[in-house]
Write a protein that binds this ligand. Structure first.
Ligand SMILES: C[S@@+](CC[C@H](N)C(=O)[O-])C[C@H]1O[C@@H](n2cnc3c(N)ncnc32)[C@H](O)[C@@H]1O
Length: 194
């Protein structure tokens, strides 16, 4: 099935992941989270892996959700984070459960990106914010990254910032591109559907 291979890849590289990855930049994530229209007490880090992005944040109660058990084990053991095994397209949380959700360097690995956006909208309370940090496939470095991931057999599907922002709007968010570049951030505030 599309996307399963990507998770198996992270199962295998989990022991090395935090040794080779740079620390996440908490300030760019905070700029996206600042768009929330409610206090952020509870945050889900979807596709949060070993908790690298969660570790860059302070304040909310954070739960890491990931489909790779070896990645999650590191979030729990090395960072003391709460971790839940689950698929971004079928989150094991009730409606309106959290105030914010993050997806950092993971959205392009998701086999059903539309389902992941709808699930984020379901578990967020109105006024809550979804922050997605991704790589731009129209940037020269993004083209290289997309080619490299294809070459190692990943199913990655990268979206440019405006296309991702449009997809968030279609899923019920009021979205904006927070920053642009090779890495970029889109943040969407969940509109009150009532
Ligand atoms: C590049 S890592 C990013 C991890 C973390 N967000 C970070 O910034 O370090 C991508 C993560 O997405 C997870 N992932 C891939 N497909 C997934 C899915 N369908 N549901 C949940 N997690 C998924 C992988 O297991 C992996 O931990």
């Amino acid at each position: 099935m599309h996307g399963v291979g990507d998770v198996r890849f992270f199962d295998r590289v989990a022991p090395l992941y935090d040794r080779v990855m740079p620390a996440a930049d908490g300030s760019v994530l905070a700029a996206g989270l600042d768009r929330a229209e409610r206090p952020i007490d509870r945050l889900l880090d979807v596709g949060g892996g070993s908790g690298r992005a969660a570790a860059a944040l302070t304040g909310p109660e954070i739960t890491v959700v990931d489909a790779s058990i070896p990645m999650l084990a590191r979030a729990r053991r090395n960072r003391g984070l709460s971790g839940v095994a689950g698929d971004a397209g079928r989150l094991p949380f009730r409606d309106n459960a959290v105030d914010a959700a993050l997806v950092v360097d993971a959205f392009h690995h998701l086999p059903d990106q539309g389902a992941a956006l709808l699930e984020a909208a379901r578990v967020l309370a109105p006024g809550g914010v979804l922050v997605i940090r991704e790589f731009d496939p129209t940037h020269p470095l993004g083209r290289g990254l997309a080619a490299a991931e294809r070459a190692i057999g990943m199913d990655s599907q990268f979206l440019a910032p405006d296309a991702l922002s449009t997809d968030l709007d279609a899923a019920g968010f009021d979205a904006a591109v927070v920053d642009r570049g090779f890495g970029y951030t889109v943040a969407g505030v969940l509109e009150d559907g009532s």
